[in-house]
Each structure stands twice: as structure tokens, then as C-alpha cells.
Design a protein. Structure first.
Length: 738
């Protein structure tokens, strides 16, 4: 080949030199070749732009070739010469040159085209190759898929071709230098220039042997083509993923397999477009565990229907090897417009009507004792949000299925608003009207038909005095409740309570000479009670049930009893000299009384004197706590059997005396003949100890004690100074009449 190139270059130089000298101004572009043919294989294929060709004669035994040429100028002159020898021979347009004898090996046919006016000349060279006799080598070799490596050279024996896994077979097309030689592929005879049968390829190396034998069978030449079929790809990645709606989060990356997307409620379906990183991988798309849908890489899937809420799109990628797989998951959340509650419960009361998600307004009634409650809402859609409002406060967020903070309830109407906001932003409001029963057992007004109440009426003052003339033998009163649900009843002189309408006058109440007690009982909506007392003194009768005594010349002027229910009784007791106030001018009527204080009051009121006894006649382990002013009174009380002490040997002089102890001590002043009954009609009779019940019954029977609100004795309640004065006066009244 190298020798051929050198020869051709020298011939071309010799031929072209005179042309360039004689026609320096001529331009090849003025002559265009329209067609060219030759006896043998023309390479490359004809083109006007090409001026040099190879011509391959098929067999060494064939010494001939020819050519024919046609130009754009029918008057142009066409000449040729072979191997630079002899004169130029003229030939007509598109006329065969006839057989031209070629030497074995390389030959040159020069074609010279001259324009009609001799102004332009163009040279076309045909390098004619006549096979050498008995040459067994190949002139060309090609494969149907892939590229030979290295590039083909007749003297290079071994080649490699790499093909992808998808190439399961190939063909080989060998062409002999000498068409008269013989050719075999995989031991199968094949004609030169023909394509072999399909050769199946395994994964990996596939060696295809090509054997050539010269025409006289004296020489042979062997070639091998190693076709290496790549293994199946194990790449199961996707290189991109796009959505018809929404945005992937996080942004796509082939190494990330889990994504999410948030969609509006009005987006009812989605299309995904996955692109495989390796073109031979297959892709299956599935939504919410439904049917599997094959998707071509880089193309859109079918529309995938979306449920409201969470949806799972699975993208299964299977590699070319049909073994390696990879799952990509797309969690698509379609926002809900559901702003319903599925349940609503309270810690107090019951919803009316029963809860239903479509019902938005409820009423709840609770007792007065219920001063707070909580509610717990449960969402239908857990992705919605809850906020609530109580009164004029701002809305407060609350987690789903979580109890609210304690909500304080005022008596009467309380309104709780519960707002549910769906993911999409629409809202629904539930309203709870909580009605707490009133505990208000007060009067806002209390008036009488005759006289004036003392003190002036105040809803918080329960005891009043009223003085009327002896000529007033009856009166009416008008109570007005402070809270509309409360009811009123009245009782005269411990008689039966009768109902009276708030704001209406009672029936006339007959008055006896002296003290009359009118009680107005107010019952709140909650059932709680409160009693207002009016001490009506009809003239020509004692103002109170105090023993008749000469009025004191100097009545005490205590600064803190004005308007107190026991004011006249305190004045009476103080006037008799057995009760006094404090140095600061107060009486302190509601202050508790100690045991030793009450012993002093009782003994002074009864005028008892002690009989002197050694060590005061008693031996209590805490007697040193008895104050000096009370020692004589304790001595008297001990001698009279009023006090006996406690089981532990103490007398507890400074302990506050309770109502039970006070009643027992007063009845003991009368002796055992007073214990005529062991039954009381107090509502809390069960709270009175068995040993003391007879004493309390006697005290009730003879009028020393009365119950407190609700006809309760309240035995353990601490007695006040006002109650002490009252009980002692009742004792003195009883002694006077018996």
C-alpha cells in the first residue's frame, strides 16, 4: 500500500505540472462531472466533489477494467491514459473506454476533462487494483452491529467488536482481495462480499473464525472477530421524575427514593413521567395498591385517580437483567375540605341534642356545683385543625382528640365556640351553650306592708327587726328573688313553709303579742337554700324572749352590732351584766367562743357561787391553761357537773366550743329531769353522737337551740358569741317560766 501511494503521487505530479503551467487561470469548478462508472468496485461512491477513486477488480484472473464519464458540458473533451504511459486517448461523453488491461497490483487511469474553449481542465484519478494472483487476504471486513477494533487492515488478523446486551446475534460481511480465493466463516463456505448467516451471541466473548484460501489452494490466511456482548444492565434507577401537578419534595435525585407532593382538593388525578437512567430498564406505576401500569421511560403515565387525603404512588423500576429492582415512592396528599367533627365529649353535662357531625349547635345544663368543664373534640379528618373561643378571648388552638384546658363557668349562660378549619381552608363552627344552674339564693328586695325593717334591707343581711304597734295584728311581705330561677317560701313562728311568688305580696300573716319570727326561705335553682329572718315585735310584748328585767340605766354601745340579727339579745345580755364586750368598744358577735369563756358566761348568768375545795376540786392535766379570770367559774361548773373533761384527762379550756358542747352544758344546768326525749327532728340528726342526742333533743324542745339553714343542727360547728348569748337568754327564759 505504501508503494502504491508513492507511485501515484509521482505520476500525479508529472501529469499536473504542465497543466498548471499552461492553464494557471483555469478553475476546476467550471467542469462538473455528472456520472462516473468503472469496471470493478468504485470507492468511494461517485460524487462531483470527489476527484480520486479506488477501483477494485474482483479477481486476479480478470485483467480488464473500463470507465465511462459524463459532464455538464457535452462539448467538453474527455481523454485518458493508463499508468502514465503513451499519448492521451480521447473518448466520448458517457462512452465506454473499452477493456483496459491492468497489471497485477496497483494501476492508475488518469482522466482529463477539458472545456470546449480550453479555458478549464479537470483531472480525475482512478486507482485500479487488480488482485495479485493467489492472494488469500481479505480486502474488506464489516459486521452488522458495532465497530471493528482496530480498523480493518488486510494484514491484521484479530479484531474485537463490543455490542450491547440487547444484541443477541450479528452477521459478518468479508470481501476477498482476490475474488477467486475461497472463504469460510465458522467452517461454512461463503462467497466474497456476501453476508454470513445470523451468528447467535452469548453474553461475554464470542470468537468468529474467518478462514481464507488462495485460488490455487496453496496459501491460507486466518482472521478472528471477537464479538463481546455486554452483560445485562443492573441499573434500576430513574434519572428524572416529573408531575403534572404539584412539586416534588425534596427535589429529584436518583439516589432519593421517597418523595412527597401536596395538592389542592380540586386536583382529582395526577400524571407521573419517570425516566429510566438506563434505557432498557422497565417501569411499572401503581397507585394505592391498584392495578399495575407499564410506562415507557420518559413518557407520561395514565391519569392516576387521587383519594382525598394520603395517596401512595409506587414506581417499580426493573433493570435490564430482569432481576435488579428499585422502588420509588411518591406520597401524594390531596387536601381535604372536610371540617367536620366525628365526636365531641364533655367532662360535665350532656349534649342536647346528641352529637352528630352535621349538627353545629348544642345546649348543656350543669349543676351549680360544676364551676368548670373541659371538652374533647375528635376530627373526621385528622389533618384539619381546631381552635376554640370562650367569651371575648382570642381563638386558642387545640390538638385533635385532646381535652381543652378547664373552662370556668359563670352561673347562667356560657358560650363555647369550636372552629374546625379544613386543610383547604374552609371553616365550620360548632357552638355549645353551657347553662350552669344558679346557686343564688338571695333576695334583691324584701318589703313589709307595715313598719320599717331594721337594718335597711341588703341582700347579704339575713336578720332583721321590725317593731309594730299592738294594733297591728297582721302584715304582708313581698320578697323579690335576685335570680329568676330561685323560689321563695315563708314560715311564721316555726310553722310550715308555704310558697310565695317572687314580687307578689304574701297572704296576711297573723301576729301574736310579743316576738314573732317570720322566715323567708329562698331556694336557688341548684337547690341551695338561704333564710332571711324578720323578728317582728308587736307592742305590749317583750322585744325578745329575754327574761323581764329592769332596763339598765347605762345601755352598752357596742360599735359592731348595729343591724346584727342578735343585736337586741346582745344588748339584753349585756344589760343584765353577765356578758361584756372588748376594750376597743366591740362585741365581736360572730367570733368563736372558747370553752372557758362560755363557762364564765353561764355561771355569771345563773349567778352561781363556788364552794371552796382544795385544788379547785379538779385535776385536769392541762388545768394550768385555765385563765385566772375563769378559775372560779371552772370550779363552779365542775361542782355542778357541767364539765367533766375528756377521756385523755384534759379539759381544753382554750378550745373553741361547738354547738353540741354548748347545748349539753346548758341542759346539764337543769339536771337530768330535763332529758325527756332522745329524738330530734334535725336533718343532720345522724351526726349527733348517741350520748349527746338526749341533751340536744331537750335543748330543742325547750327552745334553747334552733337549727341553722336547712333545719340542720350542725353539732360540730363552732358556736359564736352571738349564739352563746341567745342560748343563755333562752335558758333564763325557760327557768323563769318553770
Amino acid at each position: 500500500m505504501q508503494l502504491r501511494k508513492i507511485v501515484m503521487i509521482l505520476l500525479a505530479f508529472c501529469l499536473m505540472l504542465p497543466l498548471y503551467i499552461g492553464h494557471a487561470a483555469a478553475a476546476d469548478d467550471d467542469i462538473k462531472v455528472l456520472a462516473l462508472t468503472a469496471g470493478g468496485e468504485l470507492s468511494p461512491s461517485f460524487s462531483n466533489e470527489i476527484s480520486e477513486y479506488d477501483v477494485f477488480i474482483d479477481k486476479s484472473s480478470n485483467p480488464f477494467t473500463f470507465f465511462a464519464l459524463r459532464t455538464n458540458d457535452s462539448n467538453a473533451r474527455i481523454e485518458y491514459r493508463v499508468n502514465g504511459a503513451g499519448a492521451w486517448q480521447e473518448v466520448g461523453q458517457w462512452t465506454s473506454s473499452g477493456n483496459l488491461t491492468m497489471n497485477p497490483g496497483d494501476n492508475l487511469i488518469e482522466l482529463r476533462v477539458t472545456s470546449f474553449d480550453n479555458s478549464a481542465t479537470r483531472i480525475i484519478n482512478l486507482y485500479v487494483h487488480r488482485p495479485l494472483p493467489n492472494d488469500p487476504k481479505l480486502r474488506k471486513l464489516s459486521v452488522s452491529i458495532g465497530t471493528l477494533s482496530p480498523s480493518f487492515e488486510p494484514t491484521t488478523n484479530s479484531y474485537t467488536v463490543n455490542v450491547p446486551y440487547t444484541t443477541t446475534s450479528t452477521t459478518v460481511t468479508p470481501t476477498l482481495s482476490d475474488g477467486g480465493a475461497n472463504l469460510k466463516i465458522n467452517s461454512e463456505v461463503l462467497s466474497s462480499g456476501n453476508t454470513s448467516a445470523e451468528i447467535n451471541l452469548n453474553v461475554g466473548s464470542n470468537v468468529i473464525p474467518i478462514e481464507t484460501i488462495s485460488a490455487d489452494l496453496s496459501l491460507n490466511y486466518n482472521y478472528t472477530v471477537n464479538v463481546i456482548r455486554a452483560p445485562a444492565s443492573t441499573v434500576a434507577d430513574i434519572s428524572n421524575l416529573t408531575l403534572s401537578s404539584g412539586t416534588l419534595s425534596p427535589a429529584f435525585s436518583s439516589g432519593t427514593t421517597i418523595y412527597s407532593a401536596e395538592l389542592a382538593n380540586n386536583v382529582s388525578s395526577i400524571i407521573v413521567t419517570p425516566t429510566a437512567a438506563e434505557s432498557h430498564a422497565s417501569i411499572i406505576v401503581q397507585i394505592n395498591g391498584g392495578s399495575q401500569m407499564a410506562v415507557v421511560s420518559g413518557t407520561a403515565s395514565q391519569e392516576l385517580p387521587l383519594n382525598i387525603g394520603d395517596n401512595t404512588v409506587t414506581i417499580l423500576v426493573t433493570a435490564q437483567d430482569d432481576i435488579t429492582t428499585k422502588n420509588y415512592t411518591l406520597n401524594v396528599h390531596r387536601r381535604s375540605t372536610n371540617a367536620d367533627l366525628s365526636n365531641l365529649s364533655l367532662t360535665a353535662g350532656s349534649l342536647d341534642p346528641l352529637f352528630d357531625s352535621g349538627t353545629t349547635e348544642y345546649e348543656v345544663k350543669v349543676s351549680s356545683a360544676t364551676d368548670h368543664l373541659t371538652f374533647k373534640p375528635k376530627l373526621v379528618d385528622p389533618n384539619a385543625s381546631i381552635s376554640w373561643l370562650n367569651g371575648d378571648e382570642d381563638y386558642i388552638e387545640l390538638a385533635d382528640d385532646t381535652a381543652s384546658p378547664a373552662i370556668s363557668l359563670q352561673e347562667g349562660l356560657n358560650t363555647i365556640l369550636i372552629k374546625v378549619t379544613s386543610e383547604e381552608g374552609n371553616e365550620k363552627e360548632y357552638t355549645i351553650h353551657v347553662v350552669r344552674e344558679s346557686s343564688n339564693a338571695k333576695l334583691s328586695q324584701l318589703s313589709v306592708s307595715v313598719g320599717t325593717l331594721t337594718p335597711v334591707f341588703n341582700e347579704n343581711t339575713l336578720n332583721y327587726n321590725l317593731n309594730v304597734k299592738t294594733s297591728v295584728n297582721s302584715l304582708t311581705l313581698r320578697p323579690v328573688v335576685a335570680e329568676s330561677h330561685a323560689t321563695t317560701e315563708i314560715s311564721l313562728n316555726n310553722g310550715t313553709y308555704t310558697s310565695i311568688t317572687s314580687g307578689a305580696d304574701s297572704l296576711p300573716l297573723s301576729l301574736k303579742i310579743g316576738l314573732n319570727i317570720i322566715e323567708v326561705k329562698v331556694t336557688a335553682e341548684s337547690g341551695g337554700e338561704q333564710i332571711y329572718k324578720i323578728m317582728v315585735n308587736r307592742a305590749n310584748a317583750p322585744v325578745t324572749s329575754v327574761p323581764s328585767v329592769d332596763p339598765p340605766t347605762n345601755l352598752p354601745d357596742f360599735s359592731d352590732i348595729d343591724g346584727h340579727w342578735a343585736e337586741p339579745l346582745i344588748i339584753a345580755g349585756a344589760g343584765q351584766g353577765w356578758i361584756s364586750g372588748f376594750p376597743d368598744g366591740t362585741f365581736r358577735p360572730d367570733q368563736a367562743v372558747s370553752r372557758q369563756e362560755f363557762v364564765v358566761i353561764v355561771t355569771k348568768a345563773l349567778g352561781w357561787q363556788a364552794v371552796e375545795q382544795p385544788n379547785n376540786g379538779y385535776t385536769f392535766k392541762d388545768q394550768e391553761q385555765i385563765a385566772e379570770y375563769a378559775k372560779s367559774a371552772f370550779n363552779i361548773a365542775y361542782q355542778k357537773g357541767l364539765i367533766t373533761g375528756y377521756k385523755d384527762g384534759s379539759v381544753r379550756p382554750n378550745a373553741e366550743i361547738n354547738r353540741l358542747e354548748m347545748a349539753v352544758m346548758l341542759i346539764r344546768t337543769l339536771g337530768n329531769h330535763a332529758l325527756s326525749s332522745a329524738v330530734t327532728d334535725f336533718n343532720d340528726d345522724s351526726l349527733i353522737p348517741d350520748w349527746a342526742r338526749a341533751y340536744v333533743a331537750a335543748a330543742k324542745e325547750i327552745g334553747i337551740v334552733n337549727g341553722r339553714g336547712g333545719n340542720r343542727f350542725m353539732p360540730s360547728a363552732t358556736a359564736t358569741r352571738a349564739e352563746a348569748v341567745t342560748m343563755v337568754l333562752h335558758l333564763l327564759e325557760f327557768n323563769k317560766n318553770h
